[in-house]
Design a protein around this ligand. Structure first.
Ligand code: NAD
Ligand code: UD1
Length: 336
């Protein structure tokens, strides 16, 4: 089976491409490299000792997409390509809707033309909105979103549901990721954000390696056990394996959402102490004001993915820390 992986050069995409190749799938990566490096794919190639088909292109460009579907026989699509920075989405809503929503619509049209009707989509826990009770469970409705990034993910989910209603032979899995962190155990591929990292784990890793002075812990007065926010962090390799399980479920038609998380919340202070005890590296930090838009805590109810996909997160928080540190210490400047 051959899988088209849009955004496959990025953080989650590159790990998923690796797991797909190791599971015996053929892969074509389609990415415009706006937030990634070709080196991620070269390194995946070196780990699996196989060439990976790579096409540089933009999901908003029907000709570029069309030529991939004509050149390769594609059985299913895993769709990671998109923009993902929450703060930037508030500044540039049109760009976010154009790439995320418009780009996905173009991809659906290209799939229709090529008679490809199976898709796994990168959604996010953010679609539950700002008022959902925890843990988040798939039976909750999508909630009210508070930024264009989150709204774009909710809009895409709705578009994909509509597509599957109009075309009952289509099969789509909406994977709602919680907080992916970590890296492949080789230390050869990992998360390499451009500029100052927005997310906790890459920021902490850059403090540890000496690229940044100290971590600002956003808020110490939340109604949580230690006053800092709690999230459901999962290992990116567990997440990558979830995509293979989701692909295997696409023999059934319809559109189905699954939470991919561990089911256990961890606070920011617990993250710092887990990193320090696993790596022996101290993280200087300071409690800073809350970040606008942050929720106090949320985590997954992962039962549906357990039962219907046969998936569960297996790797421990210590392993997430060890693998993050291996990647960051071996590649202090990322892929540069
Ligand atoms: P990433 O930025 O590393 O990967 C996205 C990839 O898409 C990049 O390689 C980028 O170059 C490519 N891309 C962007 N716009 C494109 C376009 N117009 N045409 C072709 N390629 C394009 O991000 P990631 O962390 O790997 O996230 C992958 C997906 O998962 C995204 O859709 C993101 O919204 C979603 N997601 C990520 C997280 C997270 O915490 N990382 C959480 C929930 C959902
Ligand atoms: C963020 C996005 C979310 C997106 C997710 C994955 C926001 C408001 N939310 O989630 O929509 O789906 O990334 O891409 O941006 N923290 C610090 N210091 C830092 C960075 C983070 O204390 O320098 C804290 C945050 O307050 C939060 C926790 O660490 O409590 C995790 O933050 P982050 O990694 O950015 O993920 P989310 O906020 O959960």
């Amino acid at each position: 089976m051959r899988i088209l992986v849009t955004g496959g050069a990025g953080y989650i995409g590159s790990h998923t491409v690796l797991v797909l190749l190791q599971s015996g799938y053929d892969v074509v990566v389609f990415d415009n490299l706006c937030n990634s490096s070709r080196k991620s794919i070269e390194r995946v190639s070196s780990i699996v000792e196989r060439q990976v088909n790579f096409v540089e292109g933009d999901i908003r460009n029907p000709e570029e997409l069309g030529s991939v579907f004509s050149k390769y026989h594609i059985d299913a699509v895993i769709h990671f390509a998109g923009l993902k920075a929450v703060g930037e989405s508030v500044q540039k809503p049109a760009e976010y809707y154009d790439v995320n929503v418009g780009g996905t619509a173009k991809l659906l049209l290209a799939m229709q033309k090529a008679n490809v009707s199976r898709m796994v989509f990168s959604s996010s826990a953010t679609v539950y909105g700002v008022e959902a009770p925890t843990p988040y469970v798939e039976s909750l409705p999508r909630g009210s979103t508070s930024n264009p990034y989150a709204t774009s993910k909710a809009m895409i989910e709705k578009m994909l549901e509509d597509q599957s209603i109009a075309h009952p032979d289509w099969s789509i899995a909406l994977l709602r990721y919680f907080n992916p962190i970590g890296a492949h155990e080789s230390g050869l591929i990992g998360e390499d954000p451009l500029g100052i990292p927005n997310n906790l784990m890459p920021f902490m890793a850059q403090v540890a390696v000496g690229r940044r002075d100290r971590l600002a812990v956003f808020g110490g007065d939340y109604p949580t056990p230690d006053g800092t926010c709690r999230r459901d962090y999962l290992h990116v390799m567990d997440l990558a394996e979830g995509h293979v399980k989701a692909l295997e479920s696409l023999y059934k038609s319809g559109c189905c959402a699954y939470n991919l998380g561990t089911g256990s919340p961890v606070s920011v202070l617990e993250m710092i102490s887990a990193f320090e005890s696993e790596t022996g590296v101290k993280i200087p930090y300071k409690i800073a004001p809350r970040r606008e838009g942050d929720l106090a805590e949320f985590w997954a109810d992962p039962l549906k993915a357990n039962q219907l996909l046969g998936w569960s997160a297996k790797r421990s928080l210590n392993q997430m820390m060890a693998d993050t540190w291996r990647w960051q210490s071996q590649n202090p400047d990322g892929y540069n």
